[in-house]
Design a protein around this ligand. Structure first.
Ligand SMILES: C[S@@+](CC[C@H](N)C(=O)[O-])C[C@H]1O[C@@H](n2cnc3c(N)ncnc32)[C@H](O)[C@@H]1O
Length: 465
């Protein structure tokens, strides 16, 4: 059969003699062009708004400015493409070689945290290694090697030989207490836990018990107590973890507003629905929802210690928000509520315990009750998420949950399986991630018998007596 005649002069016929790379734009150039194009947009925005230029200098802004959606996309593209281009030109061997000893970043950061170097070095001038060393108890040699290593990450600088001064990154640690807590939690709690995790897994491969984690190994508390109890006995570490969480959750994408605006509360409001926030701490989620939806009623449940320390709910809210001590591993006392919320709860638990928490709900559920989980939801592998390194953040958090609690982050399929395993009465509905939010809203409905068939069971029991 004759080859079809192709009309039109501009149809390219690739020559088998010219390699494809010589005729088309290479990946490297494509990435470089993306970086140039998107950086121009960012730069223009910064100039148009009269914002200070990003810099590593000590007086530079400590955060990149908040951006409108389109410019935010440009920033995300610059970060993504820069990383990809950097990795490509480094090559796989060098990439892996240097990645494998990244824990040395944690070492110099640990020295900075432990010896309070950010707090000791003056913000407005430099000081010498020789002056600083006696204030720390470190030899000058060791002080210098820690600081010079950190300087390769742009944390501190050496304006002239033998002198050390702040950069913008070290100023963050000197001036932002929550960020300093984050550093301490990472280098003194998470890092030792991570380093003991394989050892913990070898001992307890099922990895579903909070008392058998890398954290427990690192703290000599295996089979004794979980991390939360260890922190409960150590107020300074507990406070530091609180500060670290404040620093993390204070970032963009964690605001309660996403839950308030990201679900159809309006139809629940129309029928004056009851919402139970399980593990709801002092009720900040209920307060935000109650503020926006005037007919919703709430029960906020938490452990007695947390409920006892909660500030009183006052004014109009007092009638609509009730605080209640309840352990979520025991049967749910609020029967027939319309919605049961778990926010930042299930990711603290392995499937074994998450299943127990959900099972404890069943005796309270009426047909149609909704269960809302507000947690991270792991994406499909390799699926690009909307913001910078988002998948990496979520997968790192998943590892952190393993190291600290033998818990896990879950994908939509993991959540669906979990509900399926607990009881066929749960109908898994799905998950949604509001734009800009880092957390997802995962939803299931109870389609089994009211109160787990408790009434029928009681009736049957009476009938057989
Ligand atoms: C990570 S915090 C989440 C708080 C809140 N839901 C939020 O979104 O900010 C976990 C909460 O679960 C509570 N908690 C832990 N174990 C519990 C239990 N067995 N029963 C009830 N609440 C518990 C803790 O006291 C804490 O307030």
């Amino acid at each position: 059969m004759a080859a079809p005649v192709v009309k039109g002069a501009d149809i390219e016929t690739p020559s088998p003699l010219i390699p494809k790379s010589a005729t088309s734009t290479s990946k490297l150039i494509e990435l470089a062009q993306t970086i140039a194009k998107e950086t121009e947009k960012l730069d223009q925005y910064i100039k148009d708004c009269g914002l200070p230029q990003p810099s590593f200098e000590v007086d530079a802004p400590l955060n990149f400015p908040k951006l409108p959606e389109d410019v935010k996309k440009s920033r995300e593209e610059v970060v993504r493409a820069t990383k990809e281009l950097g990795d490509l030109v480094a090559g796989p061997t060098d990439s892996v070689r240097w990645m494998a000893w990244d824990h040395n970043n944690s070492l110099s950061l640990h020295a900075i945290y432990h010896y309070k170097l950010a707090q000791l070095i003056p913000l407005d001038t430099s000081t010498s290694f020789a002056t600083l060393a006696p204030l720390t108890g470190l030899s000058e040699l060791n002080l210098r090697r820690f600081l010079r290593h950190a300087m390769t990450n742009r944390i501190f600088c050496e304006p002239s030989p033998g002198l050390v001064a702040h950069t913008a990154a070290s100023r963050v640690l000197a001036t932002d207490a929550a960020m300093n807590d984050w550093l301490g939690f990472c280098v003194e709690d998470m890092w030792p836990a991570a380093s003991q995790t394989i050892s913990a897994l070898k001992q307890n491969p099922e990895a579903d018990d909070m008392k058998q984690t890398g954290f427990c190994k690192a703290n000599y508390t295996t089979d004794v107590e979980p991390m939360f109890a260890t922190f409960g006995n150590d107020p300074l570490r507990a406070k530091r973890m609180g500060g670290a969480m404040k620093s993390l959750m204070g970032g963009e994408g964690y605001e309660v507003g996403y839950l308030v605006e990201g679900y159809d509360w309006a139809s629940l409001d129309a029928k004056s629905a009851t919402v139970v926030d399980i593990g709801g701490s002092h009720g900040h989620v209920a307060l935000a929802l109650a503020e926006r939806f005037k007919n919703l009623k709430f029960v906020v449940q938490d452990l007695p210690k947390t409920i006892d320390s909660a500030p009183a709910i006052e004014g109009e809210m007092e009638e609509r928000i009730q605080l209640q001590a309840h352990d979520f591993f025991t049967p749910q006392p609020v029967k027939g509520a319309d919605v049961y919320i778990f926010r930042w709860i299930l990711h603290n638990h392995s499937d074994k315990y998450a299943a127990k928490i959900l099972t404890s709900l069943i005796p309270a559920l009426k047909h149609g009750s909704r269960i809302l989980i507000n947690d991270y939801c792991l994406p499909d592998p390799g699926k690009e998420l909307e913001s910078i390194g988002e998948e990496r953040v979520l997968r790192t958090m998943d590892l952190v949950m393993l190291t600290l609690l033998n818990a896990q982050e879950r994908s939509e399929a993991d959540f669906a399986n979990l509900f399926g395993k607990v009881d066929k009465g749960f109908k898994f509905i799905g998950s949604r991630k509001p734009a800009g939010c880092r957390m997802s809203i995962v939803e299931a409905a109870w389609e089994g018998e009211d109160f787990g068939g408790e009434k029928k069971n009681e009736a049957e029991a009476k009938a057989t007596l």
